[in-house]
Design a protein around this ligand. Structure first.
Ligand SMILES: [Zn+2]
Ligand SMILES: [Zn+2]
Length: 242
């Protein structure tokens, strides 16, 4: 399922089966010929995501980069499939997770050892499947011109150490990864590199942003009027996060 959220931002809904598949966002003004993907999805979902990009009328050779909100398996799983189809595409990840990816350290990707053994039983994953060069290591506060749309990188650790959000200040649009969702839900904080106290600070930071459109990586999106829900979510979860 594909929906254009605002001009230059498409939402490609994840196809959850037994395991969740993250949403993917496609960013860039149609006339720019410079497109960015935000997150990919689970293993085996590459074909669905490539087909969806095509349906946005975005040509694969015009996709310049993939930005990961973080490197959990349900977001990075089909990145090797996308890179096989489009080897020119750069990978951009926050520095706190980029170095692990470059070293082939997959502990954050897998989340925990129980999940890892389940996944390895389900998918024939080669060793170092996700070891790759990260062309751009993102830092908090960086301004990115993504195909004519200006986004600010907001480092929001807690769900994972290198989690980021992307904020378009003029449109008051925030891509929140797995840190905060619609319907008063937040990302889990029990996986490798997660930290509830950091998550609390990140949520408070998000509540202080002026956000109208909330674009998380799972479940529904909030296409307008998101601010009260964000503030209520943060207030409700605060006491559980230390
Ligand atoms: Zn996650
Ligand atoms: Zn996820």
């Amino acid at each position: 399922m594909i929906e254009q959220v605002v001009e230059g931002v498409w939402w490609i809904r994840g196809q959850d089966d037994f395991l969740p598949d993250s949403h993917m966002y496609v960013i860039g003004l149609p006339e720019s010929d410079d497109f960015t993907l935000v997150d990919c999805g689970l293993m085996g979902k590459g074909e669905y995501k490539l087909d969806s990009i095509d349906r946005c009328r975005v040509r694969l050779e015009h996709v310049r980069r993939i930005i990961m909100t973080h490197t959990h398996l349900d977001h990075i799983g089909c990145l090797p499939e996308l890179k096989a189809a489009a080897p020119h595409v750069e990978v951009w990840i926050h520095s706190d997770e980029a170095f692990a990816i470059e070293r082939g350290d997959e502990r954050i990707v897998m989340g925990n050892s129980m999940f890892e053994s389940m996944v390895r039983g389900m998918f024939p994953l080669p060793k170092d499947a996700f070891q790759m060069t990260v062309q751009h290591k993102l830092e908090d506060g960086e301004l990115l011109n993504l195909g004519g749309l200006l986004f600010k990188v907001v480092h929001i650790p807690g769900h994972s150490v290198g989690s980021i959000g992307l904020l378009h200040e003029d449109r008051r649009l925030f891509l929140s990864g797995d840190t905060i969702y619609a319907d008063w839900a937040i990302g889990r904080y029990d996986l490798v590199s997660a930290d509830p106290a950091q998550l609390k600070r990140s949520l408070e930071l998000i509540a202080g942003l002026d956000v109208d459109i909330l674009l998380p990586c799972h479940n529904r999106i909030v296409n307008g009027g998101a601010a009260p829900m964000i503030k209520e979510t943060v207030a409700q979860w605060g006491p559980y996060l230390g």
